[in-house]
Design a protein around this ligand. Sequence first.
Ligand code: ADP
Length: 459
Amino acid sequence: MKTLYFRIVVTFILIAMVSSVLALFLSNWYYLTKLRDQNEEQIWKITTEIRSLYEEMPNVEPATYFTHIANMGFQLYVVNDQMAGTFYGTPYKHTQFDPEQIQRVLAGETYRGMLQERHVLMVIGYFENSLRNSIGVPVQVQGKTYALFVRPNLEQQIGGVRVLMAFLLGLTFLFSIVLIIIFSQFIVKPVKRLREATRRIVGGSYEMTMDVSRQDEIGELARDFTYMAQSLKQVEAMRQEFVGNVSHEIQSPLTSIQGFAQSILDQTTSEEEKERYLHIILDESKRLSSLSKQLLTLASLDKESHVVKRTMYRLDEQIRQILIHTEWQWSEKALDIELDLPETDVSADHQLMHQVWLNLITNGIKYARPHDALHIAIQSSEMEVTVVVSDTGIGMSESELPHIFTRFYKADRSRNRASTGTGLGLSIVQKIIELHGGSIHVQSELGKGTTFTVHLPRM
Ligand code: ADP
């Protein structure tokens, strides 16, 4: 496996190499456009200077004169009209040269070899120690014409600078590699820690200590990661609680079904008792069935992909229908039903909203005392439709209110006789209303009654 560390180091080395090549090409371009002509001009001037100086003192022995000039840092090649040449100073490395060029210089022309392109990279060509890379002029020495070729002895003139430059570049490159090898570890270390933390989460452990103080992307990642681990821990705790609640809700009716079935099988149980037990068994199995339906509904509503199938329908009629279906429940308690249901059209999921009103109305009936009142009203404005379901039943204490929308929450059972609930009804109601972009609020006073207000935005 190629580690991140390995990749960073290799990438850096590649970057350094590519940069060097690019820098070389750019320098070449700069040399070509700016420096080459200047350079050549300077050497051209020096060459003519060498010639004029000599022509002013023709009595000096040519060999002596040229040797002195060469000692000042030049490479010379002097050719007489017989084509016999002498080198002065450090000899040229490459001496191959077209004799025709010499002839031309002897005939009075000048040779400007430095301007003739021979290298793709002219910067390197500038250092080429060759006779072709020189400047040639004719010189009159004691009545004879000589061809004088001059080139600065770069080795001698800037040899030290070249070594220094090479040192500088080489050491920069070397130190960069050493430092990148050391410091890449600091980049890679937190990533390694994150990987270890991920593995621990997969293994079910959510506790971790990470450096969240760094003010960069890695620090941000560590902070987000810690936050994610905490959320996962919460989700896991909720899941465990949920499974515990579900098991409990299933276990208690099953235990009672088993107990009563056993009693029915018992020879000593009277016929009336048997019938009573069978009714209890029937009730408990209905409760189990409603629990599983509610769980399925919640699971489906929890899915992110859940679609609300909106249609336009009459809300007042939907509520009236529910009151007709629940008549036996509220008439049994002799409840006083007050309705204020003006004709109202809404765009919502008919089936889901049916569940909302059914839950709120059956709760109102369930938690009402005989002869209490149940009031249902629709108010509509341009922006929203408001439905109020209000009862004068047993109500709830202030401490219970914040929990009633929590899954499986059931208020103190000893207070109310109706213990058939699952504690899921209101969480389903809230979820459905949220899916419709609306909100639900509750007001309640112990012993006086409860009011649920649902706001549904008009679409
Ligand atoms: P349940 O199935 O137990 O009724 P819900 O989620 O519908 O579950 O309600 C949660 C709790 O809120 C109930 O246990 C009950 O204590 C309380 N509650 C809901 N509606 C009313 C109401 N209209 N009056 C009094 N208490 C209510």
